[in-house]
Design a protein around this ligand. Structure first.
Ligand code: ATP
Length: 248
């Protein structure tokens, strides 16, 4: 078992953001958590990456929002709730967030090199080669400043940068947001390739349509609560999912 989340509950003050959410991801799987705005997707990703714990401690220190986390997060069998985000990265849990920082004044290759060095990669050249294999568009623009790339290209660069950390479990938080249907398709195909390389993936999304045909399994999250789960095909065939996500 790669990841097992057990009865996760997160409160911001008295507001319940995640309500007893349990799910798991097997090694090599491509799993998605789908849900509308403010369903709790980012809270869940931040719990797994450790950013929520960091936020909790910071807020407690300065007397800000009181964050309460209950439940267990097991990664390869170990409870990681108290592990620092950077140590989770070292253990292979890597989060790609929306609006992940890129260096706008540096070109594509420089950005990938910086990411590789920051992650202590032993062979940055090999990393860059793999990223270009995955995203041929990036190779075409390899000497372009990142700030001049389109939104979709920046998203690819961001994922490429994250991959230089050599994740075992790649967490993608709403990677399709703001992309055209064509770019969404390209990105989902790239995710499938990443998965074929043996990297386990957990992806959150509001858009079910481009993802469902590709994922192994999915969970639907609404108002912090898990409502449905199944294989991509089962979810696609589910009448509730059809009406909520496909407008049928
Ligand atoms: P979106 O798609 O809009 O990003 P989401 O599914 O990622 O939504 P979360 O961002 O996890 O949802 O938010 C879940 C709930 O927790 C929301 O009601 C949100 O307002 C609340 N919330 C999130 N972060 C905080 C915070 N730092 N302080 C207080 N409430 C928060």
């Amino acid at each position: 078992m790669m990841l097992e989340v057990k009865n996760l509950m997160v409160f911001y003050e008295n507001a319940l953001a995640l309500n007893d959410f349990s799910f798991h991801v097997l090694e090599g799987e491509f799993v998605s958590v789908l849900g509308p705005n403010s369903a709790g997707k980012t809270t869940m990703m931040n719990s797994i990456s450790g950013l929520l714990e960091e936020m909790r401690v910071r807020e407690a220190r300065r007397g800000g929002v009181r964050i309460t986390v209950l439940g267990e997060i097991l990664y390869k069998g170990d409870n990681i709730l108290g592990v620092k985000p950077k140590n989770r990265v070292k253990r292979g849990i890597v989060l790609a967030r929306e609006r992940h920082p890129i260096f706008r004044e540096s070109d594509v290759v420089e950005n990938l090199k910086i990411a590789g060095y920051l992650h202590g990669s032993g062979s940055v050249r090999q990393d860059i080669h793999s990223v270009f294999e995955l995203f041929p568009t990036l190779e075409r623009f390899k000497n372009r400043k990142a700030g001049f790339l389109s939104g979709g290209e920046q998203q690819m660069l961001m994922i490429g940068m994250v991959l230089t950390a050599r994740p075992h479990l790649l967490l993608l938080d709403e990677p399709l947001l703001g992309l055209s249907p064509m770019l969404q398709r390209n990105l989902v195909e790239a995710m499938k390739h990443i998965n074929h390389k043996g990297i386990t993936q957990l992806v959150t999304e509001q858009f079910a349509r481009p993802l469902l045909p590709f994922i192994d399994r999915g969970y639907i999250l609404e108002n912090g609560m898990h409502t449905l789960s199944g294989t991509g095909q089962e979810l696609m065939d589910n009448p509730e999912v059809k009406s909520a996500y496909f407008g049928i």
